[in-house]
Design a protein around this ligand. Sequence first.
Ligand code: CP
Length: 320
Amino acid sequence: MKHFIQFESKDLGEKLLNLALAYKANPRRDDHKGIGKRVGCIFLNPSLRTRVSTQIAAQHLGMEAMVLNMDKEGWALEMQEGAIMNKGSVEHIKDAAAVLGNYFDILAIRAFPTLNNKEEDTTDYVLHQFMKYSGVPVVSLESAIRHPLQSLADQITIAECAPVQRKPKVVLTWAPHIKAIPHAVANSFSEWTVGMGHELTIVHPEGYELDPKFTQGATISYDLNKSLQDADFVYIKNWSAFNDYGKILCTDERWMLTEKHLSKSPEAKIMHCLPVRRNVELSDELLDGNRSLVQLQAKNRIYAAQAVLSTMVDSLTGIK
Ligand code: CP
């Protein structure tokens, strides 16, 4: 595995999941593996979980992790090839990426979408510029279109909490939000959940269809109550429209998930990647109640990142 930017295969997904569970059982079992290796965590956007869990994961492996909040502490980056840089931007991404590639063995990048330039966003332009010009392996810490570390943590959580006797029914449900939100978490959750062999229903108001490239193998529905019936896992997430790119088309509060929605789903556990807008996306009673897996998901971010960094260190040192 050279880069970690998306779901690759069920085999690799299961390998990472099992390694993550082994690290969860004994976080320091490979505490010499990363000695002498440095990961640079470059944030072009804010973060709580991704930033801290990736640093802890590196520490568990004996790696050095350095964080650069590029959006606040770095020079303003120019992204366009051939730009005449006579305005606000100070440093071209090709120069910055190459410099960072000289400093680090692995680069980890967070780069959100613009939500107004669909072509640039759907090609994951910024992440690929870092991959192209840094010359070192890259981990996505959430790109314009995917959030694979979150999705790996979510698969760990599902594996830990799934019913023993049957395949779990997993539902991804759209929820309202006050801002236009990226598609990355929903895209990746769909890609990983289907890829790992689970049954997935995605339910949302009309107009909120995700890019079909990410939803192959999932059932798409507009009927919230029907979709939730007998669910084992309900993943709540807002995203803005994809076809009417970056727009908010619906603010209907009936899509805010409450205990009432789950009256026909006694086994349903609820999931959210956090941060969450309480009582906008879902209710306090759900977040604070017994159904909630959100803190477990957040904890599993450490072991997801640890499994990925460990596997990348193996690639750097030629271990298959
Ligand atoms: N879920 C997640 O990625 O959280 P942060 O944005 O705080 O890193």
